[in-house]
Design a protein around this ligand. Sequence first.
Ligand SMILES: [Ca+2]
Ligand SMILES: [Ca+2]
Ligand SMILES: [Ca+2]
Length: 296
Amino acid sequence: MRSWVTAAFLVLACAFPAGAAADPVPTITLDRDGPVTLLVQSKSALNVLNLAVTSPLIQPVCTDCKGGEALSLGAMSKGTEIVLRLEDAQQTFLSTNPAHARIDQSGGTWRIGWDDALGDGDFEDLVVTIAVPTLAPAVDRDGDGISPPTDCLDTNSAVHPGAPEVPGNSLDDDCTGGDALAKIAAVVTVKWEEHRAGGVRLKRFEVKDAPAGAQIAVRCRGKRCFKERITRASAGGAAKLVSRVPRRIRPGWTLDVIVTAPNMIGKVRRYDVRKRDMTDGRTFCMLPGAKNASRC
Ligand SMILES: [Ca+2]
Ligand SMILES: [Ca+2]
Ligand SMILES: [Ca+2]
């Protein structure tokens, strides 16, 4: 049986300036919140030492401390006092003289060093380091009130969770994982007159404000209908379509004007031709890669 003799009770408190001489009752109090770790280092490991934390919770650190022992003390709050109990079996290795212990603080690290009984003043015969990592302060460079990583672009205050997603601007405005597809906002203009044989004749049939080079398809459904005529928008985003469709647009036909461009939601305008007129256009969308129009 080992007969442990308590050699020293050390209350560790924060108010200790770095390098100050040891107080007869050294005290340290944490000056910040955070996870606390404890590391034992022994210069010579000559003797059997027993080290434990006795406050705020009793936690054994090592019963035969040789250095290298580490302990996570868990999250602790600012103001917590940590008390260590150090026992030296023979009372020969570590000095019980308070002058032979020294506490240095640097940021969130407290270094408690003891001299052995010879008291050579290096305070390195046994060193216990208690560390609370300094947490990086929250950064909000663009001042939108949200820090990374929640703010997926901390250099643009218009980009953050909850921001309106602007399609097609190459930005993940609302930080949901990507840019939304932009919708093509082309304008299709149709002017017609009644055809004497039934149906209509198109006097004006054109697209404006499409993306440059967008594909423009005129699709027709109905009896004896042409199926599809395809052209491209000019650099100015325009296309004239009158010459691409028959002079007589027959009753019962449905014309779709489909404007598409890569990585955009296409625009579809649909017209139904009746006996003597045609309907105003209805708008649908064409998703990239889709073959058929869908509701927008
Ligand atoms: Ca921000
Ligand atoms: Ca931002
Ligand atoms: Ca966007």
